[in-house]
Design a protein around this ligand. Structure first.
Ligand code: NAD
Ligand code: ZN
Length: 388
């Protein structure tokens, strides 16, 4: 089958790879009908995530039709139309039982390697490096889905793919980011980053009752989307001083909640003194997360900082300021499974149509070009859907 594969810094290729098969009785295989490129894929594209191997199949935002199920799968049948969360979760461990699906203890066979490299043992993620389990990704014609009774959500209505696909990641991610921001009715919420995750965080903050949302970016079409679809006020950080502007907007107090929907930048990850057990050279440098530092500085005393943005290694942050300002900090990979039913209901009730973010729909073999376009923010690109 055809798939998009990783070959190093800014090198994604279309290649023939083996078609996936059922490995465990709890697996399903889906034929992918739509699959998106995520801002998280850009960390891989820029070679900032260790433990990738040449030829790894990318992609973690897929949906499609079930074509095969293992003997122990109970909730899916061949022919079902499903969206697949990017988090792979067993559904039975201590963490899954508490709804902390992205912290599943059983879905990552390389968790111990990750613990040695990064100091934590993450759950398995599709198409996201060997330290996240080495799972084959969904930017492909077919995908093996482990723990098929726990992840995929069936779509029984005739909503088109582009309206439900983002349940796989960015809609729940934006929603969890807003939930983590502890929003109360009179609150001002500042959102750094108007990429797809930022756009859903902005809309979710509105749904959760924020009085005011201020969105920050420098890309004009993304700021415009935040104003038009997210009813946000905007700050272009290339033109205005973000701290000064936020203080002006909040009477000098600072936003009640700050959401970092940017994450690590392309300057690399800090894995000081740790060698990649998979024997690739790792970029060993400190990470100076500009947005995280700025958000800590801007947030009002006693406020909340919510961080959906992905950080891979060490982050040099002003923790003294966070401590002395008594900030609450909440973060994490999204517990996608928790949000599938309630957010599908919002789509079905026309409370939101997630397809507003889509700017590009292309065949799978345009993938390499679309990675470049999305990464370089060219051609007004905000979100790409690929169709195998
Ligand atoms: P994206 O690259 O499309 O968007 C990032 C945006 O941040 C861009 O518009 C960029 O211009 C803006 N930006 C960069 N520097 C900035 C600054 N100093 N101030 C304000 N804005 C700035 O990516 P995306 O798809 O929206 O994803 C955003 C982040 O969320 C990424 O780090 C991604 O890995 C992460 N993510 C996390 C989860 C999760 O489970 N926590 C899931 C999906 C994505
Ligand atoms: Zn994603």
């Amino acid at each position: 089958m055809e798939a998009l594969t990783w070959h190093g810094d800014r090198d994604v290729r279309v290649e023939e790879v083996p078609k996936p098969e059922i490995v465990n009785p709890t697996d399903a295989v889906i034929e992918v009908t739509a699959t998106a490129i995520c801002g998280s894929d850009l960390h891989l594209y820029n070679d900032n995530v260790p433990s990738m191997r040449e030829g790894d199949v990318l992609g973690h935002e897929p949906m499609g039709e079930v074509v095969e199920v293992g003997d122990e799968v109970e909730s899916l049948e061949v022919g079902d139309r499903v969206v697949v969360p990017f988090t792979i979760s067993c559904g039975e461990c201590w963490f899954c039982e508490r709804g902390l699906y992205s912290l599943c203890d059983n879905s990552n066979p390389n968790a111990e390697i990750a613990r040695k490299m990064m100091g934590h043992s993450p759950a398995g993620l599709f198409g996201y490096s060997h330290m996240m389990g080495g799972y084959t990704g969904g930017q492909a014609e077919y995908l093996r889905v482990p723990y098929a009774d726990v992840g995929p959500i069936k779509i029984e209505s005739d909503l088109p793919d582009e309206q439900v696909l983002f349940l796989s990641d960015i809609f729940p991610t934006g929603y969890m980011a807003a939930e983590n921001a502890d929003i109360e009715e009179s609150d001002t919420v500042a959102v750094w980053g108007c990429g797809p995750v930022g756009q859903f965080a902005i809309q979710s903050a509105q749904m959760l009752g924020a009085e005011r949302v201020v969105a920050i970016d420098r890309i004009s079409e993304r700021l415009e989307m935040a104003r038009e679809h997210g009813d946000a006020e905007t700050i272009d950080y290339a033109e205005a001083d973000v701290y000064d502007r936020l203080m002006e907007l909040t009477g000098g107090r600072g936003p009640d909640s700050c959401i970092d929907a940017v994450g690590t930048d392309a300057h690399g990850v800090g894995l000081d003194g740790v060698t990649d057990p998979l024997k690739r050279d790792v970029k060993l440098q400190d990470d100076h997360p500009y947005v995280l530092r700025e958000a800590i500085e801007c947030c009002r005393k006693g406020g909340t900082l919510s961080v959906p943005g992905v950080y891979v290694g060490r982050a040099n942050i002003p923790f003294g300021a966070a401590m002395n300002k008594a900030l609450t900090i909440k973060t994490g990979q999204t517990h996608v499974q928790r949000y599938l039913d309630p957010l599908l209901e919002k789509i079905e009730d026309s409370e939101i149509d997630p397809s507003f973010v889509v700017t590009h729909e292309e065949p799978l073999d345009a993938g390499p070009e679309m990675y470049r376009t999305f990464n370089d923010k060219e051609d007004d690109c905000i979100k790409v859907i690929l169709t195998p």
